[in-house]
Write a protein that binds this ligand. Sequence first.
Ligand code: GLN
Length: 472
Amino acid sequence: MLLELKSRLQVESCEEYLSRLYEKIEKSQLNGFTTLAKESALEQAKEFDKNHGKGLLAGVPIAIKECISTNGIETNCSSKILRGYIPPYDAHVIERLKAEGAIIMGKTNMDEFAMGSSTETSCFGPTKNPWDRSCVPGGSSGGSAAVVAGGEAPCALGSDTGGSVRCPASFCGIVGLKPTYGLVSRYGLVAYANSLEQIGPLTHTVEDTALLMEVIAGHDERDSTSARGQNCSYLSGLKNGVAGLKIGIPKEYFGEGVNRDVEKAVWQAIHKLEALGASWQEVSLPHTRYALAAYYVIAMSEASSNLARFDGLRYGLREGEDKDWHTTFSAIRAQGFGPEVKRRIILGTYALSAGYYGRYYLKALQVRTLIKEDFLRAFKEVDILASPTMPIPAFRIGERINDPLSLYMADVFTVPINLAGVPAVSVPCGFAGRLPIGLQLMGPHFGEATVLSAASAFEAATPFHEAVPEVI
Ligand code: GLN
């Protein structure tokens, strides 16, 4: 699609194409974009029309999640506490996109500080699902997914700490990849839980995701967890097919709690892969049932430490008069953070406090190791794993927001992947009524090429990625 778009840009002007996108955005009811970089984007488009710049993404517009730093464009994590903050530098991924000629269209809505699965905790209000505007688009990269699915941007970047790229990709019927931990630099990504998160693409096709990965993956010295020596070529092996591929079906990812339409669509997808030449066998990831508890203890603990820097003194919101440090700091944070962020800071601080540290945080780290070992064991037997991305299709706006536990439960199949650090992609595999369903394909560390070529074979044999939402 993006490659097609590039050839289209040769005939029709990039400026015209981009203007049409902005017209659509300005009339949109999705609330997917938060900040637009219209002027600079149109300028770059004109420049492209004149000189037809070089680069893998020359002239390709892209939408960026609010938590990825963009030089000169507000980056506020959809939080009141960061409103007005304009970074003086670009995140590594933005540098890479610009170097390949991409055009940054603007920033997209998200759950505040990426804490959520529905994009309802944003200070800008919820984003709507383009397939049914009464439903959530998933989260936390809900804005990025909705603008791509709704035809307002050809591709986007999101971040995935516990499912935030894959969940909205699944709910909005597009492709989303969470890369192996360390493959994409986190330099310039506002941290929620550093040991878990990666930036990943949201696109219409697997090929587009592979293309974006070629641009954003690779070593960066400014991220101490950045991997070295990876061969970041994803497009070339994309048409390898699945003949001879061994697929593991984790038995803990099916059954109780999984919506019937979802389960049916995912099994049909597995049978489709089998018809294309793959084989499947049941495998067990026995520690799955502890994954949610371990994830939320670790994520909240890291969040409580990471978010301590938002004191309103150096950047973002400045509330009330200057009194003593404690009063000023409390007033700023009480005003600036929403209820979900406060809940997590309080719980995370509790889990890290003396006396509870060993009982909660250390225990969660031990469970994390067991979960990682589950995956390593499974990948000795099979090449990839397949499961639903989400146990349910998109739910209604407002339905779960007052019941945090039921929101956390929806992440049951996405968080283990972040705990283990392995890659996983969500590809459209069917519908429950008018709402899309996602198939999750998981691979071993740095197994992106295998996962993407399996996803591409599935996509080529099915029509789901071609469906376009009627209600936009
Ligand atoms: N829903 C999960 C959470 O709230 C995942 C969010 C994410 O990946 N950023 O922590």
